[in-house]
Design a protein. Structure first.
Length: 161
């Protein structure tokens, strides 16, 4: 059974977001081993950080993310400059990764300042949800739903119409 990880920076505090992700995790359990890996957000001591401080944060978070990625994992970096896919295209991407021998697919959501270049360069796919901006907590819910939808599409389930 394929493993799907959402590796992300920061913890979700809102109960309604955690409950939504838990619901999709439950639904996904018949298709894959689904895990959300939350990594601590780097703290900045200044309310108005400069570019150097922001780079330090992105680099530190990126190093922790890289420690969670397996050498043979298929990595999808969620980033604004990424490619936009339809639900059907995401389903095919997951299917193709699985068929090509990847046993783990990692979806990476960075912190509020984004992802390090190291993480983006490691990615097999750079994916953008939309040209709109979403809170990272909501992005996790949307991504969880889309992963579930992708499996439903690939198995001709009734969920995707």
């Amino acid at each position: 059974m394929i493993r799907i990880n959402i590796i992300c920076i920061g913890k979700i505090k809102e109960k309604y977001f955690t409950e939504a992700i838990a619901e999709y995790a439950k639904r996904l359990s018949s298709f894959c081993k689904f895990t959300v890996v939350e990594l601590a957000e780097e703290k900045i001591k200044s309310n108005t950080p400069n570019a150097s401080q922001i780079d330090e944060v992105i680099t530190a978070e990126g190093k922790r993310i890289m420690q969670k990625i397996g050498q043979s994992d298929f990595v999808t970096a969620m980033c604004i400059e990424g490619k936009m896919l339809s639900s059907e295209e995401l389903s095919r991407t997951i299917d193709n990764a699985s068929v090509s021998g990847k046993s783990t697919i990692d979806f990476i959501i960075g912190g509020s300042y984004g992802l390090s270049n190291e993480v983006k360069q490691r990615a097999d796919l750079r994916l953008s949800m939309s040209r709109m901006t979403f809170p990272h907590q909501m992005a996790r819910v949307i991504l969880s739903e889309q992963i579930y939808r992708a499996f439903e599409i690939s198995t001709n389930g009734k969920y995707h119409k």
